[in-house]
Design a protein around this ligand. Sequence first.
Ligand code: SAM
Length: 249
Amino acid sequence: MTPTDVTHVMTTNFYAPPSAIRAGRVVLPEDEARHLRTVLRGKQGDQMTVVDGHGGWYRARIDHVGDEQVVGTIVERRHNVGEPAIDATVALGLLKKRTRFETFVEKAVELGVRRIVPLRTSRAERASIREERLRNVMVAAMKQCRRSRLPALAAPQSTADLLAESGGDVRLVCHAGDASVPIQRAMGQAGPAASALVLVGPEGGFAPPEVEAARANGCAPVSLGPRRLRAETAGLAALHAVVDAHQNG
Ligand code: SAM
């Protein structure tokens, strides 16, 4: 075999929805195709890795690189590549600075969150999100960290609605109070769990009735340590503790 016979596998992951993956072939959406062609200089014969956001992972040989389309033949398929064992939902109070919420979203995808819920709390200083912008951040993060699932982004909702509608084998509210136990201890005591729901307050924290409502609805109050963390840092620290307690190796 000469050096020119070695197949070039592109290191960047690409995203294509399940509808673009059929009969052993994958067709990249226009923006992904353009990126492959103009930025990464992908060529016919190279191999690319494509994820569908639903757990599908594909290695495909590139058959055609057109101006607006890239088509490949699937040579290997796997499922749930890069996904943590636990289905973790983090509900974070809406933050005054949109960029801080975006940073949280990007890093939470990297750490393995399965669902993000922007929380309308009594002390939150905002009521809305830029959904499309956040979704783009999530897709980019999913590709970058080599996950195969695109986490869900819920519509902003109140703490009361979240508590009534969400499940979670383990339910936690991050709160720096006397009754709180370290989050690692709470996860250890909970034992094996398929899913977790974690609530984190906005800059101004939760109002006492919101903490009470969370406790009344099965959320254990947990501490993230002796320092008061910014809300987005708290969300990421809590997520890491939950995912870390249920690593899938
Ligand atoms: N003045 C607010 C208070 O006392 O609640 C501070 C809020 S803190 C900036 C934002 C959120 O992060 C809190 O509502 C809580 O959910 C979480 N948080 C921050 N540091 C924490 C810690 N050490 N333990 C538990 N939760 C923490």
